[in-house]
Ligand binder design. Structure first.
Ligand code: CP
Length: 324
C-alpha cells in the first residue's frame, strides 16, 4: 500500500514527478469540462478531526475532478464526540469500502499510525497532523515557486536548485514550515527560517536550513518570502511577543516588501492574520501568491491522488510511484 505521510519521505525525483503531473492536471482546469474519469469507481474519504477551509475543499475538488466517489467526515457532529477512537472510526469507514483516506488530525503522528497500524487497507494521505507535517501544502508551495521563479513550461522536469526561500514567523507550531524545509532542501533550494527566539523549535540546528532572528537582513537575498500564521490556539501567552512587537519585528508590510528583489514573491499558506503577520497592502498586492497557492493546491492534490491510486485511463506518463 502506498501513502503520503511526510514531505521528508519524497526523493527529488518523486517530488519533481508530482510537480510535473500537477502541471498536466492544471491543464484539465483550463478546459470547459474540468473532469477526468481516472478514479471512477474509487472511493475517497476526507477525515477531518481539525478545522480546515483550503485543504478540505481542495481535496474534495481534486477528488471530484478525478471522478472519485467522495465521503466527507468531520469530527464535529460525528461519534468522535461520544468518545469513539481513531481506530474504530477508521474501521467503520473501511467497512464501507474506502480506497483512500485523507486525514487531518490535531495529534502529530495520527496519519502514520493509521497507515502502519494494519487497521485499514486504504492509502493514507496526510492533510496536516499537529505540528508535524503537511506534505501537500509543501508540494503546492513548491509548485507555485517553480511556476513563478522558473516558469510554467521551463519548469517541467526542474527542481528549485539555488532558489533562496525565507520562511517567517511561528516556526515552532508550524507543520507547513517543517514540510517546506524538508521538501525545499530535497529540491535544492536554500532555506532561511526567521522567527522570534520563543517560536523556534528545540533541535532546529539539525534542520537543513539557516536560522535568523532579523527579517530585514534576509529580504534582499530572498526569491520568495513565506509568511506563517501565528498559531495562537497552540500556544500559551509566555510564548508570544505582544502583537505590536511581533508585527514590528516580523510582520511584512509595504516598506519591507520594497526591500525584496523585483522578481521575488510573497507567499502565505492561509488562513492569514491580516494586520499582524502581513498587512492588507502586501496580502492584496500582485506579488502575493496566496490565491494562486489555493488554485495550485487542487492540481497538486489531483496529482497525488492519481499517482497513489492510479487509474484505468492514464492521464499522464510516469514510470514509478512517487511515495512509499
Ligand atoms: N493552508 C491550510 O492548511 O489551510 P486550511 O487550514 O484552511 O486547510
Amino acid at each position: 500500500q502506498r501513502h503520503l505521510i511526510s514531505a521528508a519521505d519524497l526523493t527529488r525525483d518523486d517530488a519533481v514527478l508530482i510537480l510535473d503531473t500537477a502541471e498536466e492536471m492544471a491543464r484539465v482546469a483550463d478546459r470547459p469540462i474540468k473532469k477526468l474519469p481516472t478514479l471512477r469507481g474509487r472511493t475517497v474519504v476526507n477525515l477531518f478531526f481539525e478545522d480546515s477551509t483550503r485543504t478540505r475543499i481542495s481535496f474534495e475538488a481534486a477528488e471530484k475532478r478525478l471522478s472519485a466517489d467522495v465521503i466527507n467526515f468531520t469530527a464535529k457532529g460525528s461519534s468522535v464526540s461520544k468518545g469513539e477512537s481513531l481506530k474504530d472510526t477508521a474501521q467503520t469507514l473501511e467497512a464501507m469500502g474506502v480506497d483512500a483516506v485523507v486525514i487531518r488530525h490535531g495529534a502529530s503522528g495520527a496519519p502514520y499510525r493509521l497507515a502502519t497500524s494494519g487497521w485499514i487497507d486504504a492509502a493514507v494521505i496526510n492533510a496536516g497532523d499537529g505540528t508535524h507535517q503537511h506534505p501537500t501544502q509543501a508540494l503546492l508551495d513548491a509548485f507555485t515557486m517553480r511556476r513563478r521563479l522558473v516558469g510554467r513550461d521551463a519548469g517541467i522536469g526542474q527542481d528549485l536548485s539555488g532558489k533562496r526561500i525565507t520562511i517567517v514567523g511561528d516556526v515552532l507550531h508550524s507543520r507547513v514550515a517543517r514540510s517546506n524545509v524538508d521538501l525545499l532542501h530535497t529540491l535544492g533550494a536554500e532555506v532561511t527560517l526567521v522567527a522570534p527566539p520563543t517560536l523556534v523549535p528545540v533541535g532546529v540546528e539539525s534542520w537543513p536550513c539557516e536560522i535568523s532572528y532579523d527579517l530585514d537582513s534576509t529580504l534582499s537575498k530572498s526569491d520568495a518570502v513565506m509568511m506563517l500564521r501565528v498559531q495562537r490556539e497552540r500556544m500559551n501567552a509566555a510564548f508570544f511577543p505582544t502583537e505590536r512587537e511581533y508585527s514590528r519585528r516580523y510582520g511584512l508590510d509595504g516598506d519591507r516588501m520594497a526591500k525584496m528583489p523585483e522578481h521575488a514573491i510573497v507567499m502565505h499558506p492561509g488562513p492569514m492574520v491580516r494586520g499582524m503577520e502581513i498587512t492588507a497592502e502586501v496580502a492584496d498586492s500582485g506579488r502575493c501568491t496566496v490565491v494562486e497557492q489555493v488554485a495550485n493546491g487542487v492540481s497538486i492534490r489531483m496529482a497525488v491522488l492519481y499517482l497513489l491510486l492510479g487509474g484505468n485511463e492514464p492521464a499522464v506518463t510516469h514510470t514509478r510511484p512517487p511515495v512509499s
